[in-house]
Write a protein that binds this ligand. Structure first.
Ligand SMILES: [Fe+2]
Length: 302
């Protein structure tokens, strides 16, 4: 796109601009430049350059149209196949990074994903967010800090995670208790919070639709390494939405939606077993950055 963005100009785009793309540009210019027009121009230029490079046959073009049609058929209020498509191409993650840059030292922001709920009740410090106690116990202790290392007192820390089988409470409401593995805590004057839970398992994105079929044809997986989601809000700070990943998960280097960053990998430490169960502990710091001037930004809404 043009103007305040730093992307390539049309003249710098690889490949020749087709006659049709040039004519499209002339028509748009006559109609007046808007942000939508700039997006349409960049899309047409990119598509024409792609077609010039790949030279698809009529049959291949029809298959591409069939794929996009099928993605549309799979998208409804409960299942957003288009979002899944954007996620596995890394597009959702890139848009998140561009819109929510974090200074060095601040915890990176990531997508919230589809399983967040805002209606979880407040819980006392140290509460167990596993309401069915199924899985290996995990004790989480964290601190919320500002960029200069000072504690953020009274911050709201929301957490949500999959269970030991890799499923969220709202994916199987008949099998898991309401609000299972979800919590809402406040930091103490030292910025600390702690809670008990069970060790989450990684999971795979839906493979039964056209995006799953495409990924399979490409030989790419749909796995997400085990993680716990956090959303932290404090007065005067940008709301942070992030994940903390289990660095020992075999899929840690191939997260299907590109959420893993070095700062977000942590050790889920094994503790001496107790009561015949393995036990784990996780310690983490979540570092907030100041709210942007004139905004109390909530990022990563999705
Ligand atoms: Fe998740």
């Amino acid at each position: 796109m043009h103007g305040q963005h730093d992307g390539p100009t049309r003249e710098e785009l690889p490949g020749a601009i087709s006659a049709q793309a040039e004519e499209f540009s002339r028509r748009l210019t006559a109609a007046g430049q808007t942000r939508v027009a700039a997006a349409a121009q960049a899309t047409v230029d990119g598509l024409h350059a792609l077609i010039a490079e790949l030279r698809p046959s009529g049959e291949e073009f029809r298959l591409a149209i069939d794929f996009l049609t099928e993605v549309g058929h799979y998208a409804d209020a409960r299942r957003q196949e288009w979002v899944l498509f954007a996620d596995v191409l890394g597009v959702s993650s890139l848009i998140e990074d561009l819109n929510n840059p974090r200074p060095a030292g601040a915890t990176p922001n990531t997508l919230a994903g589809p399983f967040y709920r805002s209606d979880v009740p407040d819980m006392a410090p140290g509460a167990n967010i596993s309401r069915d106690h199924k899985g290996d116990p995990l004790a989480v202790e964290g601190r919320v800090l500002a960029l200069d290392g000072s504690p953020v007192a009274g911050a709201l820390v929301e957490v949500w995670q999959a269970n030991a089988e890799g499923l969220y409470e709202n994916q199987e409401p008949d099998r898991q208790p309401e609000f299972n593995l979800r919590g809402r805590f406040r930091t103490d004057p030292q910025g600390r919070f702690h809670f008990l839970t069970v060790k989450p398992k990684g999971y795979a994105l839906p493979s039964d639709g056209p995006v799953g079929q495409l990924m399979s044809a490409l030989g790419l997986g749909l796995e997400r390494p085990a993680h716990i989601h956090f959303r932290v809000s404090g007065d005067g700070f940008e709301t942070l939405t992030t994940h903390i990943f289990d660095r020992s998960d075999p899929a840690i280097n191939r997260d299907a939606i590109f959420g893993v960053k070095p700062e977000l990998m942590a050790e889920f430490r094994a503790l001496p077993p107790a009561g015949g169960k393995r036990k784990y502990a996780l310690d983490l710091n979540l570092v907030l950055c100041p709210a942007r001037q004139g905004e109390n930004e909530t990022s990563g809404r999705r």
